[in-house]
Design a binder for this molecule. Structure first.
Ligand code: UD1
Length: 375
């Protein structure tokens, strides 16, 4: 008889990670994987497009929580996830990354006494203004098993006294990126649709709470405008949070930016997005996951933040941190002059992130957890 493993997800970056673990769990007849979707992200472009493109199974439960202030959103999720887990009676619960859905899932599971595993454990930006940083710290200390993506993450868990619960699995983003890259090569026509030439454009994303605040956003917009001018063409799929913030602080900006070569477009599905990243000359972002995806695709990255939790991307010379126009321009020049080939960077990233086998290692560890909890 199989036992249930419930995966709690809800925000865009979690869906490809979920796919990496589910593909590996498909080989395990002893486990019935089920998905609980909190509904943190509800726009079709941020959620349905990912489930369709990555052939993810229909969630067993969708909670429809939606947006709201940090506490209200997390609180509503906590109540609803607790109800869902009580009904589903899983042997093990799995949470991913650092979003409010991760925190609600971990808190609900552990308070119910259910064994909970954290995929992407041990990351720290040491910037407590980020809701994600608070989520990471709390979730790692709550969960019973901690799947560390890198040696650095494993070492940080040990510093916090969590070594016994932790193991090195590699990073599911590597698995997910390789998988989506192969699908995108077959299915995506995004370059011709947008009239772009390989290697002749930059790609940008920006959506974090601390980037879209009125005191930070104008400086970052100026930096993106300068970067667009330098690279000639820049494509920016704009997150709904950011679109609303730009309209509030500087409604005239999109027209000015267009004159500088910046093309703002709607958020893309995962395959078109990955394809655009793979063929860009440089990536500019405040996203955590995209810093690694760029590295794994061999594309240099400028991170529009003063700190990163993915420090190995910086140590490997694949990523530079910059938050104003002069620093962003300097980082772009540095990257464009880097003589290392894409192939070399890709190989380095794949080695650092577990070779694309993290999903397999995690599925095996989850199987062991279900054995431990058998009555
Ligand atoms: C969340 C995660 C972040 C992740 C990001 C990916 C937290 C604290 N942050 O940030 O780690 O990188 O998702 O996108 O969980 N909105 C919509 N439609 C949607 C979802 C959001 O319009 O489907 C708008 C709403 O105005 C909402 C705002 O975006 O208020 C913020 O959404 P929220 O889910 O709170 O955080 P993200 O910025 O998406």
């Amino acid at each position: 008889m199989s036992v249930r493993v419930v995966h709690v997800v809800g925000a865009r970056p979690q869906f490809p990670k979920l796919g990496a673990v589910l593909r590996a769990q498909a080989d395990d007849p002893g486990v019935e994987p089920l998905v609980v979707h909190t509904g943190q992200h509800y726009d079709p472009a941020l959620s349905d497009a990912f489930f369709d493109a990555l052939s993810l199974p229909e969630p067993a439960v969708t909670l429809g929580i939606g947006s709201g202030p940090q506490g209200a959103q997390t609180g509503r999720m906590l109540e609803a996830v607790e109800r869902a887990l009580t009904a589903l009676e899983p042997a093990v619960v799995v949470v991913y990354g650092d979003t409010n859905s991760t925190l609600a899932g971990a808190l609900a599971a552990t308070k119910l006494g259910l064994p909970c595993a954290h995929v992407e454990a041990g990351l720290r930006s040491f910037d407590r203004r980020m809701p994600e940083e608070l989520n990471r710290v709390a979730v790692d200390h709550l969960c019973d098993r901690l799947f560390a993506p890198t040696e650095g993450a494993l070492a940080r868990l040990a510093v916090e006294g969590l070594a016994e619960r932790a193991e090195l699995t590699g990073d599911v983003t590597a698995d997910a990126t390789l998988h989506a890259e192969a699908l995108a090569a077959r299915r995506s026509r995004v370059l011709s649709t947008l009239g772009l030439e390989r290697g002749a454009y930059a790609i940008a994303t920006l959506h974090r709470a601390e980037s879209t605040r009125a005191d930070a956003l104008p400086g970052l917009l100026a930096a993106l405008e300068a970067a667009a001018r330098r690279t000639g063409t820049m494509v920016w799929p704009v997150h709904p949070r950011t679109a609303a913030a730009i309209a509030a602080v500087d409604p005239g900006w999109p027209a000015r930016a267009a004159a500088a070569g910046l093309r703002t477009i709607e958020p893309l599905g995962p395959l078109d997005f990955l394809r655009l990243v793979a063929d860009a000359c440089v990536v500019l972002t405040d996203s955590g996951g995209l810093q690694k995806e760029a590295f794994l695709l061999g594309v240099p990255c400028v991170t529009l933040r003063s700190r990163t939790e993915w420090t190995e991307t910086v140590e490997a010379g694949a990523n530079r941190l910059a938050t104003d126009a002069p620093a962003v321009l300097e980082a772009i020049e540095h990257h464009l002059a880097d003589p290392r080939s894409r192939t070399l960077r890709r190989a380095l990233a794949l080695e650092l992130y577990g070779g694309g086998l993290a999903g397999r290692r995690i599925a095996d560890a989850l199987h062991r957890m279900t054995q431990d909890t058998r009555p």
